[in-house]
Design a protein. Structure first.
Length: 276
């Protein structure tokens, strides 16, 4: 089995220090330096045409571009991106992405004007029909052993350095079949964290594992994961009805309330075995 060093966000580079005043019960207020999470406008353009602006932490942008392009249905494989130029400006970052010609043709069919304040996967769509992408049902090639859940949750906690520093980051992690955490990406937006993880999964050709997110399982999180071929999605919070309906239709195993000693299966529990 191929092993990888655990990939995780560089917490300090995604945060800055600012003076704040703390108020605590029974104590006098006091001034102290605190870490604040970075939030930067990132403008994505494909083949010279502006597409969208997303708000996210300003690192792991190559993985974000790949994951976003895949989950948006712009590309089918990370090799469809032929070039990427990242340019930093005083007011944000430009991601100029060159994709294969057949992918560029798809963009002409997608009219979009999106300012994703927290990286939402569907904000800015102009028609209801474009919210739900046509995705093929997932195969049944993955199983998840519940006995690995507590270990995975503990590893995720240990690798959420940015959230420990700022208290303002979501995380998305990849867990292999043995319950080992191979990659963690954090971001101010939960959708962006998942996009960055998806990009990494495709770059490293990871398969056979599950994805764990530190948020609720919303419709767009299920859709993003399914577009990347993820068969098992684990969320620490609950799921929405639309997310459950989509997971059921796409043959995805969806678990929510994944905490120490508990988990709730919302769709396709047949992939799950073992004991908590």
């Amino acid at each position: 089995m191929t092993t990888f060093d655990v990939q995780s966000t560089d917490a300090v580079s995604d945060a800055c220090q600012r003076p704040i005043i703390r108020y605590r019960k029974g104590e006098s207020d006091f001034r102290e330096m605190d870490f604040i999470i970075e939030e930067t406008p990132v403008a994505l353009a494909f083949n010279g045409v502006a597409y969208t602006v997303m708000m996210c932490t300003p690192h792991d942008l190559e993985q974000f571009a790949i994951g976003f392009s895949l989950s948006e249905g712009i590309i089918d494989h990370h090799r469809d991106i032929h070039d990427m130029v990242i340019t930093h400006h005083d007011n944000g970052i430009n991601l100029d992405i060159t994709v294969a010609n057949r992918c560029a043709e798809r963009l002409k069919q997608k009219r979009r004007s999106l300012a994703g304040l927290t990286g939402c996967g569907i904000c800015g769509e102009e028609k209801l029909e474009t919210v739900c992408r046509m995705l093929m049902p997932l195969p049944m090639t993955v199983e998840f052993d519940l006995s690995h859940l507590e270990q995975a949750l503990q590893q995720l906690l240990e690798h959420q350095a940015l959230n420990q520093l700022t208290g303002a980051a979501h995380a998305a992690a990849y867990i292999d079949a043995n319950g080992q955490l191979l990659a963690t990406f954090e971001d101010v937006g939960r959708h962006i964290a998942l996009d960055k993880l998806i990009g990494y999964i495709h770059q490293q050709r990871l398969s056979g594992g599950a994805v764990l997110v530190t948020s609720r399982a919303s419709f767009e999180m299920v859709q993003k994961a399914a577009s990347a071929g993820v068969e098992v999605l684990l969320a620490v919070s609950s799921a929405t009805k639309m997310a459950v309906d989509l997971a059921d239709r796409l043959n995805m195993t969806l678990l929510g309330h994944c905490r120490r000693g508990r988990a709730d299966a919302y769709a396709h529990p047949e992939r799950v075995f073992g004991m908590i």
